[in-house]
Design a protein around this ligand. Structure first.
Ligand code: TYM
Length: 333
């Protein structure tokens, strides 16, 4: 059976990259797939978090999903820390995964910075927890942005390694990453060679889902571009990272390919393209931030969703963990 699993770190300020790289695809997939969507608070604490605000960030991310159109009845929506299977399976996979795999992860190197000795052990083993998230549900498909590709390769290695080490062929399915569409890699509005990210110190580098219409329009107006007109073919975006990014954003928001966007705007300068992009972005994003604020005004409703989601998630993961324990050889009493 096919099953989708994906996760996002709880952060109040989801940005356009999270939306176009992942969330917009989740909304599409929920129509035809069994989906499990997880607010990954265990991943969040691999770097210091303020205990006073972590829970509200978790509720906020769920509010963002609901606002974007995720249906919590059709899908399972829950917080990672409320289902024990994640940490338990992570430990077991930590014992079959190899140091060398984790050492190769570029995201660890980026996040740990120069002083890796001082990074938490959790940050180092972060991708193994991610593998546990996915495999605890025997998920087969994982929709994410391009930056998670390497982590998903490690997940595939973890699944394969477990199956071999315990002589349990096909126990875990080898999950397929789904990295789709022009939104899979949204870049900073200030530098088309850097990915849009919440850790960028410049607010102008990203559009947040909670930004109001004026802020969105201002950020697009101030986005870095170049002095040339847009090309009429995708090949013409070569060597123009900012132009490529803005065209990609337009395409992802309008559900068009970059080629279709260029068929419409090829030959136009940014003086014309940017206002069109700003108008489209405000039209698509402003209602989401409005709905998000509404959901946040009733956090009790979000907690009901999270509780129900945790129960439904456990109902899938617990029997799988039972099989894992038997496979590993733990005593069952
Ligand atoms: P996170 O919280 O950093 O990002 C959530 C999702 O947003 C995507 N994304 C982007 N897509 C396009 N352009 C960008 N600039 C951009 N920035 C972020 C990410 O690829 C991701 O899909 N480790 C994961 C969370 C996670 C997970 C999982 C995902 C934990 N367990 C299991 C899938 C399956 C993370 O930190 O994503």
């Amino acid at each position: 059976p096919e099953r989708v699993f994906s996760g996002m770190q709880p952060s109040g300020d989801l940005h356009l990259g999270n939306y176009l790289g992942a969330l917009i695809n989740w909304v599409k997939m929920q129509e035809d797939w069994e989906c499990v969507f997880c607010a990954v608070d265990l991943h969040a604490i691999t770097v210091p978090q303020d205990p006073k605000i972590l829970a509200s960030k978790t509720r906020e991310i769920v509010a963002a999903w609901l606002a974007a159109g995720i249906d919590p009845k059709k899908n399972i929506v829950f917080a990672q820390s409320s289902v024990r299977a994640h940490t338990e399976l992570a430990w077991i996979l930590n014992c079959t995964a190899r140091m060398g795999w984790a050492e190769r992860m570029t995201q660890f190197k980026d996040k740990a910075g120069k002083d890796a000795e001082r990074a938490s052990v959790g940050l180092f083993t972060y991708p193994v927890l991610m593998a546990a998230d996915i495999l605890a549900y025997k998920a087969t498909h994982v929709p994410v942005g391009d930056d998670q590709k390497q982590h998903l390769e490690l997940t595939r290695d973890c699944a394969d390694r477990f199956n071999r080490d315990f002589n349990a062929p096909n126990f875990f399915p080898i999950p397929e990453p789904l990295i789709q569409g022009p939104g899979a890699r949204i870049m900073s509005l200030k530098d088309g060679t850097k990915k849009m990210s919440k850790s960028d110190p410049s607010e102008l580098s990203r559009i947040n889902l909670v930004d109001d219409g004026d802020t969105i329009a201002k950020k697009i107006k101030k986005a870095k571009s170049d002095a040339n007109a847009l090309p009429s073919e995708v090949e013409g975006l070569e060597g123009r990272p900012e132009a490529r990014n803005l065209v990609g954003i337009y395409g992802a928001l309008a559900d068009m390919t970059s080629a279709q966007v260029l068929a419409e705007f090829g030959g136009e300068g940014f003086g014309k393209f940017k206002p069109a992009l700003a108008e489209l972005a405000v039209e698509k994003l402003a209602p989401i931030s409005e709905r998000m604020r509404n959901y946040m005004s009733d956090t009790a409703q979000i907690d009901v969703i999270l509780k129900d989601g945790a129960e439904r998630a456990s109902a899938i993961a617990d029997p799988i963990l039972k099989q894992v324990r038997e496979t590993v050889g733990f005593v069952s009493v």
